[in-house]
Design a protein around this ligand. Structure first.
Ligand SMILES: C[S@@+](CC[C@H](N)C(=O)[O-])C[C@H]1O[C@@H](n2cnc3c(N)ncnc32)[C@H](O)[C@@H]1O
Length: 361
C-alpha cells in the first residue's frame, strides 16, 4: 500500500471504497457487540479486569482504521453500560482500551501515527508483521477487526509461475480471468491456505468468547450475465492487457509480463463460508454481504483508477521499475474509458462480506 502524502500515493485519499464498506458495516459491528460481546467472561480472563484489548489487522495508514476503532470502542462502552446498569460516568472512567494497529513491516506507520486522533479514548500501539502468523501473546485479545485485507494473498500461487506446468502457467495475463481453470484453482488453493493460517493464529491469540469481525472483498458465487454483472477481477484483466500492449510496443519484454501476477483473490462467497465453517476454534455468528449502494458512487475515471493505483503501484514498481508506471496507468485509464460499465458499482460485483466469528471456550 502506498504511504506518504502525495495526491496519488496517500492511501487516505484513495480509499473511499473501503471507507464506504466500513460505513455499511457499522450497524453490524454495533449489533455484533450488543449481541455477542460477553463482558463477564472476557474481563475475568484478564489481570486488569477493566482492560479491553482490540487489534485492527491490515490497518494501513488511516483514516478508516480510526473510524473502525472508534465504532468498536463506542459500541463496547454502550454495551458495558447496558450490561452493568450502573451510571455511565463511573464505569467509563474504569474501562480502558488498548488498541493494536497492525500491518506489514513495510506499512507507513509514521503517517498512521501522525494522523491518529488526538482526542482518542484508548492507548495505541503499532504492531508490524504478517497476520498469517502469530502477532500477539496467547489469549490476549478481546476483539479483532480486519477490513479489506484478507483478499491479499501471502504470495502469488507458485504453480502459475511455473513454465513447465503448461496448464497452470499464466502466460500473457496477470490474474486468473480468462485463464485455464487450473490458474483459478491455484489462486483458490492459496487463498484457502492463507485464510486457514490467519484463523489458526487468531485462535491462539483471542480469549474464549472473544470476537473476530472480518470484512472480506469477495465475488458472487455466480455471475449471471456478463453485461449486467462484472466479475471484480476483470479490472486486473484491463491492467494486464495494458501491460501486454506495452510489451508488444517493445517498452518491456513479454517475459517480464509473463512473470508478473497479482497476489489478490476475490474468493467466491461459498469459498469463505466453507473455510470458516470448517474451522474448529470459532463459531460463525454472522455472514452478511454489505450493501454499498447507499454509501458509494464513483465520481469519475480518475478516482476509479486511483483506487486501484494506490494499492498496486508498489508491486508494479518492484517488478517493472518506476519508469513505466505513469504510462501504464494512462493506458489503463483509456481501457476503463472504453469499458465504462466497469466503474458502475451496480455492475462491478465486488461483494464486501462481513463475517463475525466467536472464539469457542
Ligand atoms: C486495502 S488496505 C485496507 C486498509 C484498511 N483496513 C481499510 O479498510 O481501509 C489492505 C491492507 O492490508 C495489509 N495486508 C495485506 N496482507 C497483509 C498481511 N499478510 N499481514 C499484514 N497486513 C497485510 C496491507 O499492507 C494493506 O495495508
Amino acid at each position: 500500500m502506498n504511504g506518504g502524502e502525495g495526491p496519488r500515493s496517500f492511501y487516505a485519499q484513495n480509499s473511499s471504497l473501503q471507507r464506504s464498506a466500513f460505513e455499511a458495516q457499522k450497524r453490524l459491528i454495533d449489533e455484533a457487540i450488543a449481541n455477542n460481546f460477553d463482558y463477564t467472561t472476557i474481563t475475568t480472563s484478564a489481570s486488569n479486569k477493566n482492560l479491553i484489548t482490540i487489534a485492527d489487522l491490515g490497518c494501513s495508514t488511516g483514516p478508516n482504521t480510526f473510524i473502525a476503532i472508534h465504532t468498536i470502542t463506542q459500541a463496547i462502552k454502550n454495551h458495558y453500560y447496558h450490561h452493568t446498569h450502573e451510571p455511565l460516568s463511573d464505569h467509563h472512567q474504569n474501562l480502558e482500551f488498548q488498541v493494536f494497529f497492525s500491518d506489514q513491516v513495510s506499512n507507513d506507520f509514521n503517517t498512521l501515527f501522525k494522523n491518529i486522533p488526538s482526542n482518542r479514548s484508548y492507548f495505541a500501539c503499532g504492531v508490524p508483521g504478517n497476520f498469517r502468523g502469530r502477532l500477539f501473546p496467547k489469549q490476549s485479545l478481546h476483539f479483532v477487526h480486519s477490513a479489506s485485507a484478507l483478499h491479499w494473498l501471502s504470495r502469488v500461487p507458485k504453480d502459475i509461475m511455473d513454465g513447465s506446468n503448461c496448464r497452470a502457467w499464466n502466460k500473457g495475463r496477470i490474474h486468473h480471468t480468462d485463464a485455464p481453470k487450473e490458474v483459478g484453482e491455484a489462486y483458490e488453493a492459496q487463498f484457502k491456505e492463507d485464510l486457514v493460517n490467519f484463523l489458526n493464529a487468531r485462535a491462539e491469540e483471542v480469549v474464549g468468547n472473544g470476537l473476530v469481525a472480518l470484512q472480506i472483498p469477495t465475488s458472487p458465487d455466480v455471475i449471471v450475465a456478463d453485461d449486467e454483472e462484472i466479475h471484480p477481477a476483470r479490472v486486473f484483466e484491463l491492467l494486464g492487457s495494458s501491460l501486454m500492449d506495452m510489451a508488444r510496443l517493445g517498452i518491456m519484454k513479454e517475459e517480464k509480463v509473463d512473470s508478473f501476477n497479482l497476489p489478490i483473490f476475490y474468493s467466491p462467497i461459498k469459498g469463505v463460508k466453507a473455510i470458516v465453517e470448517e474451522n474448529e476454534y470459532f463459531s460463525v455468528e454472522k455472514m452478511e454481504a454489505l450493501n454499498l449502494e447507499n454509501f458509494y458512487s464513483v465520481p469519475n475515471v480518475y478516482t476509479f483508477v486511483s483506487l486501484f493505483r494506490v494499492v498496486m503501484e508498489d508491486l508494479i514498481k518492484k517488478h517493472f521499475g518506476g519508469a513505466i508506471v505513469d504510462e501504464l496507468f494512462d493506458r489503463f485509464t483509456q481501457k476503463v474509458l472504453e469499458f465504462p460499465d466497469i466503474m458502475n458499482p451496480k455492475k462491478l460485483k465486488i461483494v464486501m462480506l462481513f463475517v463475525l466469528l466467536k472464539r469457542k471456550m
